[in-house]
Structure formats: C-alpha cells, structure tokens
Design a protein. Structure first.
Lengths: 280, 998
C-alpha cells in the first residue's frame, strides 16, 4: 500500500449498487483518494476498513431491494462487519451513506446509534405517494454536530421510493433533535419549513432528509449530492443562475477537510478531473 | 400419415432414444427435501403507521370499480421450507422485516375480523420470483436452514364489499392471473413443488413423407411459425441427408428463420405496384435505408447495421452506440414483465455490442388505446389501456432504475387501434471504447454462458412475437411471458465490463429471442459450435432439452472465452455472485452440434441454418386513401381550443410517468425531461456521459402515426424532421446526428400493408439523403394486429419511431425551452403552411384531413442555421413546433418559465392565405421558436438571413405570466390566457394523479 497524504475513502459496491462511480468522482474532486471494493471483497477481507479513513455506501438497489430497501445489505453488514465499521468511526474516520447507503446504515443501527445503541430505532419507510420519484429538492443544514453539512443550502435530486424518515417513537425523535442529529431537512425553494409535497418529497417526519450519529462522523441522507457536482447539472444553469461551485460538492469537501485535520494530512486542496479510483 | 400428433404443443414422435437422466439444478431443496416443514412468516406494517402500499391497493381497487371500500392494509407473507428453531425464526424475522416498521409473527393466519375480507396474490409455480429468491439467498447466507421460499401479499380489505366482486377486482387491479394466483383469504401454508429431472431424449420428427398441408399442420402444432414453403425447404434438406430431423433441429431452424431474427419479409424481395407502375426490390431494407447510409459514408459512423447496435464516434477514443427494440406482444399479456424484459433485452443488446458497451441512457416510447376508454369497450382478452400503461411504466421503472441507467427521453401516444396490441419501444445508449468495436469468436474458444439461470420462461418468444394476438393469446401464450430480474443483469454488466477490459473474451452476445440457439448459432455462424446442454444450470428441474436450448430466460449472455482466460473469468464471476459455465466450444467444421451428455440432439450445417431460408417475393401495392379536407368555422378566440389540445393525453404532461424514472443516475443529466421553474417538456435530453468531460450526447425522437394514415412516405420524412429539430432545439449539430428507425406494422401478407411499409422505407431513404443523416440501426415488428372474439381484426396504425442520437462538444452550450428574460424577443423560424392533415387540433374535432404536412427541400438549411445560432450563444431558449403547432409551443415556452409571451400572428411567415386556426395549429415541419436578447437580435437575423431561413420577430417575453396572441385579422386577441390556466390544462391530461398533495 502506497502512503498517501490524501484521505482514502473505501467506496463499497454491493450487487445492485449503481452510484459508486459518481460518488467516488465527487470524493476525488474534493481531494480524497477513492478505493473501490465489492462488498464480497470487504466481507472476505474486513481489514480493508483499517486501511482507509472513510467509508462510502453509495446509492442504488442493493440486492434488488426486493425485501425492502437496504434489507439484505443491512443484514450482511450487521452480521459480519459491524465491529470493524465501529472501529473506523471510533478512530476518527467517517461514514457517508447516500440513499440506499443511508437505508443500509439505518438497518444496521449505525444510524442514529443513540447512546451507542445497536438497535434499529428509525426507519425509511415507503414514500407517502407509494411511488419512486425523481425530483430536485432543496436541503438546509440544521444546527447540528455534523461537519459534513456545514454551509449553505444544497440543491440536489432525490430519487427513491422508500425515503420517508420516521422514528420508532416520539421520545427517540426528541433525543435526536436535542442531540443535533437531525442534520438535514427539506425546505421549499424560498427556505420555508414545514416543506409541503413535493418539496418534502416523501412525507418525512419533520422534513428530515438526513441524520448523523452522535459523533457527527456518520452521515446518511436520502438526496444525492453527487448528482450536483458539475455546474451544468444545476437546474438554474441554463438561466445563468447556477452558483459557481456546485452545491452538491459541499458534503464531500467538508468531509475531506475534516479528515485532513483529524489525521494531520497536509492540505492537497480540491482537484477536478482526476480519474476515479484504484480498485481494491 | 407418419405422425400422429396428440395434444399441443408436442407432436407424438414415433422414435425416441433414451439418455441418462438430466442433471438437476445445484440449488438446495430438490426432491430429497419433500418432507421438510413449511413455516409461515407474516410481516405487517405497525397498526399506528401509514401503509402506503395499502392505500395504493385501495385506489387500484376503486379504479377497478369496487365501491364501499374502507381501509386496505397489506401483509407480506413468506413461506419458508425448512426446520427453524425459535432462534432461527427470530433471526429470519429480523432479516426479512424492518424492526421499526413491521410486526412479525409466525404461525397460521389470524382469522379475519368481521367486516374484513382478505385476498392473497402470489406468483404461480414456475414463474420467476426475484423477491422469494432474494429471501432464500439471504436466509441461507445467514446460515439458516431454509431450502425454498415463497412470497405472497395478503390484502386486508375493510368495508361492505361482496366477496365475488372483491375477487374479480383484485384479479384486475392487484395481480395478473397470467403469472399470479389471486386467492380468497390468507393461505396457512404452501406446497412447494419438487419436480423430478426430465430425461433427455433424442426425439425425431417424421416429416420426410408428409405433403404440404401436413407440413403446415406440423409447423402449427409445434408452434414453429414456419410457412409451408419453409417447411418444404426443411423437408428437402433432410431428404438429402437421408434422415428425419430431431425436435431440437426443427426448433433451431424455426428460431433462426423467424421474422424476429431474420427479417425475412423486409430483407426479402418485394414487388411493389403503385399508380399502374411496378418496381421491385431484391432486398427492401438494403436498397432503401441501408443504401442511404452507405451513400452518405460518414467517417464518424464506426459500425452500422451489422452488430447489435450502430456505433458512432463520440470523442475519438470512445464511440457511442444505440439500439431500440419493441416488446409489444409480451407487454400486451403481462405489461409489467413484458416492458421490464423489453428494457432488459435492449440493455443486453448494448452489453453485447462490440465487446461490450457501458449503458448510459434508456429511452422509451409507448402507444396505447385511449386512456379514457369505457371498460365496456375494451375487447375481451385485452387489458384496459390505463392498466397497461401503469404496468408498462412500473416495469420500465423497476428494471431501468435498478440497472442504474437513467431513462431520459420518450413519448406516449394514444389511438383506439392500439387497444389490443399496445406498442412498447425500449432504447438503450452505450459508450464503447474504439478498441472494443470489433469482435469475433475463434475456433477453440469456449462457449461460456453467464448470468441468470435457464427456466421455462419465454419458450417460443421469437416465434410468438411474429404472430398476431387474439382473444385467447392471454391464456395460450403465457409461456411466452418473461419475468425480469434487474439485479442479475446489473451483476452481469459489472463483470462483463471488467472481463472486457482485461481481454478475457473474443466475442460476446446476448441471449435474446431464441435463447442459446440464437446466441450460439449466430456467434458460431462462420465457425461451428459443439455444445452440451447438460451443463446448463437450471432454475428448476424438469426442463426438456429443447426447452433449455430455446428458452428465453432473461439476463443471460454468451461469450467466446479463450481457454487460457477461462479460470480467471470464472473467478471474477464467482467473486461477484454471477454464475458462469462452459457450454461447449467453437469449432471449425461449420456444424452446429447440440448434445445432452452423450446423446446428440442436433447436428445441423451452419450453411443450411443461415442460408437455407427460401427466398420468396412478396407483393406490395399502394393506393393513396381518398380523404377530404374539412372546413373549420372561423372563430374570434382560440383560447379554449388551445386548452383542449393541451389537455389531450398525447400532448399533455406525462409527469406522473416520467418522475418514476431515475433520470439523474450516473450523474450525467444536463437537459432533463422537465426544465424551467415550472417544469415544461424538453425537446430532447442532453447528458454528459463521461464524468468530468463536457462532451455530450443528445437524444430525441420523432413519431406521428396519424400522418401515416394519410401518406406513409411523408410520415417518414416528418418523423426524421421532428427527431432532428428536437435535437437541434437543445443545441445539437445536425451534421453530427445519427438516426434509428423502428417500425411497428400490421401483417405484411396483405399487399397494401406491405405497400405502406415500402412507402415508409423509401421515405426514410429520402429523408436520410435530404438531411445527410445516416441511419445506423433499425428494427421491424410486423403482425401487430388483434383478432377479437367475433373475428374482427384491429390493425395498429403504421407506427414509425425515429430516434436521434447526436454528439456535441460542450454541454454548456445547450439551451432549454423555458422563456427566461422579460423583454427578450421571440423569433419564429420556418414557414407555416396550410397543413392541418393529421394534426392534433383536427383530431380533437374527430377529423383526419388530407393536407398532410410536407417536408420542404430547404429544411436541412433551416435546421443547420438554428443550430449554428444556438452554438454561437445567440439564443436564450428554443422550442420546436410540433404537436398542436405554434399555439402549444408558445404556451409551453411561457408556462415553463413562468413568464408571459406577447405575440402577433400577422408577423408569422406563411405560405398562401392562412386564417388564425391554421396559423396557430398547423403542424408544418422544420419550425422553431427562439428567445433572443434584444441586443443579440441583429446578429441572429444576419445569421438566419445568410442561410435564407424564413423567420420573423413574433413578439416579446413579458413579466406578467399571460399568453397573448394577436389575431392576423382585426385587432382582437386570438389567444389570451394566464399561463397558469394553460399549465393546469396541460397537467390534467392523463387520468392519473399528477401530484398527490398530502
């Protein structure tokens, strides 16, 4: 293994994962090194998790999601990888789950991991519309402990059928709110909450779009920030109103900056255009 | 008579030779596990939580006519075969359910409380069920002793509904009895089938002594779809060989010679009579569409009409390829599975182009009967158009989204003649490195099949798709239904591209129509192949050898793997949970040998198989229909007409459909299906398929069968024009656009139907030469007809889809349709003529008309000029004029940008004396609306003048969102409406929820 001054992010692909290329590309553009691995390779060699500073679970339909989104992937991680992932977080590493990756993190109990609990305490249920929907939404970072989301609003698409966040009970929800774990919420284009449909695309409780664990180093979100990483992807682009830095890059940049500081890596700065990733 | 055929579908053969028993599948739980206990696991959404699936089911039952419904909730049920102790049950429940959402319980179902009815839907035995299969694998991977799993949904329905009515409505709305059982109540257990392996037999079919009639009867009985002349050719061949053919040999010939695989009608000779003159073609396709491409000889066309898909240059290093297929007949019977496997099949076409392309986009175009057709008017044996639409959309959604391929472009059309035979076009676009364009199996290469297992699905799909549908098709052809499993195909995609990059195979192709027979027969056509079917992994035991050979089970590919690479290939597949096995070898003896163990089931010469099809000359004729031009009455205001056109399902918003597709995955989307703050319909899709590169692909289409009812030749030109101007409207350079032709036609055994097809082929040729735009791929689907119970035949209208594939340097130079800047000018390009024939506004009045739009010789110049203007940055937005003419285009441009337009019809460039109706609704081709900043107007006008493109400033963009169009006669407004009213009309076109406000 070559030593790198760039944080290494393990991008895991299960059968049916389909956003790994663009997720790795966004991390690389933000200055990280993406390491691609199939889930079977990680299960066969869990030590891979010790050779990286971050773990990304990209979106898709792992194992077809025939049994409910993230069910199979979640069961495999819960039964065979959980202590290794915990250790990664404990030593300062990050975990990012997008869409299907978020669903997996919830099923494993890695999110929200209230007081270190391993039990599943929140869920991503079928959208109120009972339909898969693809549309752009606006996200706002709430006052939270997540360095990932520090910054402005993020416009990016959602594309899912099961993304309605809900907590097991009211008490769980209150504790998540109090702990600053309800990191991202849907707002309407002018920033108002509560966001009504379609701005809250799935009927999520309190407009929650993404949550963190108590450390802030594990983030899961339903929307796809990696789908707004080039200026021409913003729907305002053709009217000449897109921001110069695509808003979807925010969580990736924040994550890489955080890892550089946490692991004492010299600042390499964000790059663009490097080919995504070595394969593990 | 030598044969005494018993019952369908197999004739009783007179000679059989036994072989050893077939090898069963490798999966756990076959005959030995017959005595295992079966557990029932029920998962239901917690009572205090919303159950969206239940609410959807309720809405569907209501739409199926059920009244008096209370709430509906859904129970997910799994039957698990195997002994599980308490701990095993706990772990199974935890794995399959959601700890927060679901309540899990084992045991018999609770008795339904009073006033609650239950109905259960589950897949029929033998029909693929990815959900149950995933559950079995998960439980086994967790170390739980479960041999088989069956999945079911039980719907708990509250309310005062008669049991029989509920059953009937459920059969229509919640399941499809072709593939699913719909049972009253909640079953307590499930009897898992334990079929015994079939015995492989060499079965000879005695045909050498039959006469012509008997040969034809034999072809029908065996479901071969071979004509009398073709059967006689087979007979002659085997007489020369001095032996009888085997069933596998006959099946192989039938599949290879099927219309679907061979294009024997259109690739054959045609004698065309028109207006007293006769012209003949030796090969219609080669002498029209293909000849045009050859004459154009574009250096950027890398591969045309020979591989699975046409390939053109993308950026020098990589090419881009595209294929469009139809999947009409399977979709008519089982819309979800039919459409899903249609998408799955065309994706495999792209995976099998060259040495394998990476799919980057899907497209889909559908044609259905009217969505508001009363249920009583739906012919027996057909589904209601809306049910077909929903099923097809769900199938495309679930397959395309799971594959991680964005669905970016499409159209939906409606016409009463599609009621029995809907049309489902599915397209796929891929990126293919230049060094992987050529392929070829070599002698000694292993015939390697990988991906899904072989089952009984889709037997005779190739021959079924070449027949007409009838009221009985639903029952007799259910074997032709295929069920897709997108994740298996996604895994195939993942390993295929890795193996390609490492050079581990010399050729690859998909198992589409005709299964192994087609894939092996085509790959080995110039070599020969020797295969052993006993090695094939089966979904379940009991398949006959010929079934394994021609099964169209999905998600399978065949590669020619050199022996040195086989181990590595196998390891790669194993590491990603993909099954791969060597079926045999490519040889050099030009024979196709099919064995099962030591029994030889077929030994055919490749030459006979591929060249032995007898050539038949078919007759075609064309007489123009006698049509009258209606005389519409003059009106002062056309606002209500505009709203009515916008409300036509063909014109109005398809948002309910399109939003269910992922059009963003792979992070390449630039111009999406809906653009502007209020989401208007884009003319074309633009994507940047290589991450970090600004080079882009433009995808658009052109289709309008109504023109074909008047003049099929002109329809072809118009479809090409529409596809090109859609592409140009977003900024494509027409000099770098390639096109594809897909025909859905009736039976070409009728000379007049074939005649219309000849006219359209010539139209395609003329269009390609006029615009300088090459066709790179195409496909025909014939015999799209439905025979009703009382013998009436409904023939689909002549339906030509032209798909355009353009390449652009920089996606940042594209434009979208929405009006952007108040004060900017609106310029119309192109001349409007008296051409309402086949128009949407006519159709609204129930008219067809006679004056079909005609493409003018200056069309290429006009499109090139607009493209130059857009690429030079002179244009803020652009929208093409097509369905509904100027009025609809102006409305869409205004409401999508949430601005107004103030236009004057007097300024419109016209030919002849045109009243307001014609100015507003005529569908003359090659016209666009451009929004241009006032400061850029002189430059734009200079450019258009230099190109001699007819154009005029029609008006301006206004802040106030009102569409105002001044009349060409007098001082009044021909149209005056708030854009929001027009947008609402446009959004209410489909009788399905466009937005469910909660």
């Amino acid at each position: 293994m070559t030593r790198s001054r760039d944080p290494r992010i393990l991008v895991v692909r299960a059968p049916g994962t389909n956003c790994e290329r663009e997720t790795a590309f966004a991390f690389e553009a933000a200055g990280a090194q993406a390491v691609h691995a199939h889930l079977n390779a990680v299960l066969a060699r869990p030590r891979l998790l010790e050779e990286v500073q971050g773990l990304a679970l990209p979106g898709g339909f792992s194992f077809g999601d025939d049994l409910g989104a993230g069910t199979v992937y979640g069961a495999l991680v819960r039964n065979r990888l959980l202590p290794r992932v915990r250790r990664l977080v404990d030593r300062g590493g990050i975990v990012l789950g997008i869409c299907n990756g978020f669903q997996v993190l919830v099923k494993t109990g890695l999110l929200p991991a209230l007081e270190g609990s391993e039990e599943q305490s929140v869920a991503l249920a079928a959208n109120v519309s009972n339909r898969y929907e693809d549309r752009w939404v606006t996200l706002e970072a709430t006052a939270s402990n997540a360095f990932f989301t520090r910054g402005d609003r993020i416009a990016c698409p959602v594309a899912h059928g099961e993304g309605r966040f809900l907590a097991r009970d009211e008490a769980t929800l209150e504790r998540l709110a109090a702990g600053g774990q309800l990191a991202l919420r849907y707002v309407d284009p002018s920033g108002r909450v509560p966001a009504r449909y379609p701005w809250n695309p799935n009927g999520a409780t309190r407009d929650v779009a993404g949550i963190t664990d108590p450390t802030g180093r594990v983030l899961g979100l339903m929307p796809h920030p990696e789908r707004n990483q080039f200026p021409w992807q913003d729907p305002r682009f053709h009217a000449g109103e897109a921001p110069p830095v695509p808003e979807g890059m925010l969580p990736f940049r924040n994550a890489v900056r955080h890892l550089r500081e946490a692991f004492g890596m010299a600042g390499g700065g964000a790059r663009r255009g490097r080919r995504a990733g070595a394969r593990a | 008579m030598a044969t005494a055929p018993a019952s369908r579908p197999r004739p009783a053969p007179t000679r059989r030779s036994r072989a050893r028993a077939g090898k069963g599948p490798r999966k756990a739980g076959t005959a030995a596990s017959a005595s295992l206990p079966v557990l029932r696991l029920e998962l239901r959404v917690r009572d205090d939580l919303l159950d969206p699936a239940g609410r959807s089911a309720r809405a569907a039952l209501q739409q199926a006519g059920l009244r008096g419904l209370g709430s509906v909730r859904v129970l997910r049920t799994y039957f698990l075969e195997g002994p599980l102790d308490a701990e095993g049950r706990r772990r199974a429940a935890q794995a399959l359910g959601d700890a927060v959402l679901d309540v899990a319980s084992f045991g018999r179902p609770r008795a339904a409380p009073r006033g609650v009815h239950e109905v259960t839907v589950m897949r029929r035995a033998g029909v693929s069920d990815p959900e149950a299969e995933t559950a079995r694998r998960l439980l086994q991977s967790l170390g739980l002793c479960v041999a088989q799993v069956k999945a079911a949904r039980t719907y708990r329905v509250q309310g005062r509904v008669p049991r029989a009515a509920l059953g009937a409505a459920a059969a229509r709305a919640l399941g499809n009895e072709v593939i699913e059982e719909v049972l009253a109540g909640a079953p307590a257990t499930y009897r898992f089938p334990h079929p015994t392996p079939a015995v492989a037999q060499r079965v000879e079919v005695l045909l050498r002594t039959l006469d012509g009639e008997a040969l034809l009867a034999l072809s029908r009985r065996m479901g071969l779809s071979l004509s009398r002349v073709e059967m006689e050719a087979v007979q002659a061949h085997f007489r020369t060989l001095g032996r009888e053919p085997t069933d596998v040999e006959l099946e192989t010939v039938a599949q290879t010679w099927s219309e679907h695989c061979k294009h024997k009608t259109l690739g054959g000779a045609v004698r065309m009579t028109e207006g007293g003159t006769v012209r003949t073609f030796r090969n219609l396709l080669k002498e029209t569409v293909f000849a045009a491409t050859q004459r154009l000889a574009k250096p950027w066309c890398w591969s045309v009409f020979k591989d699975n898909a046409g390939v053109i240059d993308f950026d020098g290093t990589d090419g881009v390829c595209m294929k469009v297929e139809t999947h009409n007949h399977p979709s008519a019977i089982e819309p979800y599975g039919g459409a899903g496997t249609g998408i799955g099949g065309v994706i495999r076409d792209i995976l099998g182009t060259g040495l394998g392309a990476r799919p980057v986009a899907n497209t889909d175009v559908f044609c259905f009967g009217p969505p508001d057709l009363p249920q009583g008017k739906v012919p027996k044996g057909c589904m209601h158009p809306l049910r077909l639409l929903k099923g097809v959309v769900s199938g495309v959604r679930d397959y395309g989204n799971r594959m991680g391929i964005p669905t970016v472009n499409g159209a939906i059309l409606f016409d009463p003649r599609y009621v029995g035979n809907p049309v489902v076009y599915a397209g796929c676009v891929g990126i293919l490195p230049r060094r992987f364009v050529r392929k070829g199996a070599r002698p000694g290469d292993l015939v390697v099949a990988f991906g899904g297992r072989t089952g009984r699905d889709g037997i005779h799909g190739a021959t079924f798709s070449s027949e007409e549908l009838s009221a009985e098709s639903e029952t007799v052809s259910s074997g032709a239904v295929q069920i897709g499993d997108a994740i298996t195909e996604k895994k195939v995609l993942d390993v295929l591209l890795q193996a390609r990059d490492r050079g581990w195979f010399h050729a690859v192709t998909d198992c589409g129509a005709g299964g192994f027979s087609s894939a092996v027969g085509e790959m080995g056509a110039d070599l020969g192949a020797d295969v052993d079917l006993s090695t094939a992994p089966l979904k379940y035991p009991g398949l006959k050898a010929f079934e394994v050979w021609i099964s169209e089970a999905q998600e399978r590919m065949v590669a020619a793997v050199p022996p040195r690479a086989w181990k590595a290939f196998q390891r790669l597949c194993a590491s990603e949970d993909v099954e791969a096995f060597a079926l045999g070898r490519f040889t050099r003896d030009h024979r196709l040998v099919v064995r099962h163990g030591r029994t030889v089931l077929a030994r055919l010469s490749m030459e006979f198989l591929h060249e032995g099809l007898p050539r038949v000359q078919r007759d075609a004729c064309w007489t123009p229909p006698r049509l009258a031009e209606p005389r519409p009455r003059a009106k002062a205001s056309w606002t209500a007409d505009l709203a009515a056109v916008l409300r036509m399902p063909q014109v109005g918003s398809k948002e309910w459909v399109v939003r269910q597709y992922d059009h963003e995955v792979q992070s390449g989307a630039v111009v999406r299906p809906f653009m502007g703050p209020h989401g208007g319909p884009s003319d074309a899709a633009v994507l940047a398929p290589k991450l970090g590169s600004r080079r882009g692909i433009v995808l658009s289409n052109g289709i309008n069968p109504a023109y074909g009812d008047i003049d099929p030749h002109q329809m072809a030109l118009l479809a090409v024009d529409e596809a090109l101007r859609n592409a140009v409207a977003v900024g494509a350079d027409p000099a770098r656009v390639a096109i594809l032709d897909n025909f859905t036609w009736g039976s070409c055994s009728r000379p007049e139907t074939l005649g219309a097809r000849v006219k359209a082929a010539e139209g395609c040729r003329d269009a390609a030469l006029l615009y300088g735009t090459p066709f790179i791929s195409g496909k025909d689907s014939l015999n799209n007809e439905f025979r009703t119970e009382d013998g009436r035949v409904i023939v689909v209208p002549p339906t030509l889809l032209v798909s355009a594939l353009g390449v652009i340097d920089d996606v940042r130079k594209t434009v979208t349709l929405e009006a952007k800047r108040p004060g900017a000018r609106i310029v119309v390009v192109g001349r409007t003529r008296d051409e309402l024939g086949g128009s949407h506004w006519y159709r609204l009045q129930g008219w067809l008309g006679a004056r079909v739009p005609t493409v003018q010789p200056d069309a290429p110049r006009v499109l090139a000029a607009v493209s130059r203007a857009i690429r030079a940055g002179l244009v803020l937005s652009a929208h093409d004029l097509s369905e509904g003419g100027l009025a609809v285009a102006a409305a869409e441009m205004a409401f999508s940008g949430h601005h107004g337009l103030d236009l004057d019809l007097r300024a419109l460039p016209v030919q002849g004396r045109l009243d307001d109706a014609r100015r507003l609704f005529s569908e003359s081709p090659t016209r666009l609306l451009l929004e241009v900043d006032a400061a850029r107007l002189p430059a734009l006008r200079r450019l258009l003048r230099a190109a001699r493109a007819p154009h005029a400033v029609l008006g301006t963009v206004t802040q106030e969102p009102v569409l105002r169009v001044r009349s060409s006669r007098g001082r009044h407004d021909a149209i005056h409406s708030p854009t929001e009213v027009l947008r609402k009309a446009w959004r209410s076109a489909l009788p399905v929820p466009t937005e469910t406000a909660e």
